[in-house]
Design a binder for this molecule. Structure first.
Ligand code: NAP
Length: 285
């Protein structure tokens, strides 16, 4: 018997339906939650991401604005656009799609977004709130991973969770969210000598590396929950995650849980962006 699938598409559908209802209730009271997305340059993957984000807003009753600029846009001009959106009362969330062209300081741009509108949760303020256990906007991908784990019905209290990857946008906030949920957390990265020493003991493994087959069948404990954040292409050009999915699913056995790629973390990331935009709008006086 293989592990049960954690269906990110179905979970997204449920959460997005609730978002739609809350957005409609706000609109009925005369206010529509609004998200502004800024894309600089013509990276094809980024263009797809922003289109999907804007489309998801439109489908669920959120107002959205997509601003596209040439890669030659100056840092000063981008900061001026962020300042204008900070002051725009119809916009409750601002997202600047990464990566930015090399002449623009991404950190400076993220810090320029008003704290209340930081729906990506990437600013130092949002990261600080997460670290201090204070309310705030959480980065969408790890926030979505938490919902996926929650949907299995497993409590994280006292569980050993292993996160592979320590980026500011996924690995580190993921570890903090797991810690907040009372898991015992181990964070692994490229200098970890042997990942399997940690993963074989884990009740929950979150893999956010960006390299396929990072987690293999001999690295997991039967009955564990595996969340695959990675987005890679296999030899046939098909989208795949960081986990050797068929073999790991088999090794986890019938008490285990696993997210597929596609259809796991990806749809949840956009869903939690909608949730954050709604939360930001509801918090606006
Ligand atoms: P990132 O910034 O490149 O971070 C990758 C992390 O993996 C780093 O901490 C790195 O360690 C670690 N790592 C690299 N090689 C390793 C190895 N051999 N063993 C253990 N750790 C290793 O990437 P990211 O932004 O966190 O994203 C990770 C993956 O998730 C990518 O495939 C990305 O496309 C995907 N992603 C998906 C979504 C989604 O919505 N589905 C959202 C965000 C990201 P060091 O720190 O030591 O370099």
């Amino acid at each position: 018997m293989t592990a049960q699938l954690i269906d990110g598409v179905a979970l997204s559908r449920d959460i997005r339906a609730q978002v739609g209802q809350r957005a409609a209730a706000m609109a009925a009271a005369g206010r529509r939650p609004g998200l502004a997305v800024i894309l600089v340059g013509d990276d094809p993957a980024s263009a797809v991401y922003v289109r999907n984000k804007v489309k998801a807003c439109e489908e669920h009753g959120l107002h959205s604005v997509l601003e596209r600029y040439d890669a030659s846009l100056s840092e000063a001009a981008l900061l001026a656009r962020v300042a204008a959106l900070n002051a725009d009362p119809s916009i409750h969330g601002i997202l600047v799609q990464m990566p930015l062209p090399p002449h623009i300081d991404a950190h400076k741009v993220i810090e320029a977004i008003a704290t209340a509108k930081d729906v990506d949760g990437f600013s130092v303020h949002s990261a600080g709130c997460l670290m201090a256990g204070l309310p705030g906007l959480r980065p969408a991908t790890p926030y979505g991973c938490m919902q996926l784990i929650d949907s299995t019905g497993r409590s994280l209290r006292g569980q050993h969770a292993v996160v592979i990857g320590r980026s500011n946008t996924v690995g580190k906030p993921m570890a903090l969210l797991l810690l907040q949920a009372h898991a015992t957390v181990t964070v692994c990265h490229s200098a970890t000598p042997d990942l399997s020493v940690h993963t074989r003991q884990a009740d929950v493994v979150v893999v956010a590396v960006g390299r396929r087959d990072t987690l293999r069948a001999d690295m997991v404990k039967p009955g564990a929950v595996v969340i695959d954040v990675g987005m890679n292409r296999n030899d046939a050009g098909k989208l795949c995650g960081d986990v050797d999915f068929p073999a790991v699913r088999e090794a986890l056995g019938s008490n285990g849980w696993i997210t597929p790629v596609p259809g796991g973390v990806g749809p949840m990331t956009i869903t939690m962006l909608l949730v954050n935009t709604l939360q930001a709008a509801e918090a606006t006086p």
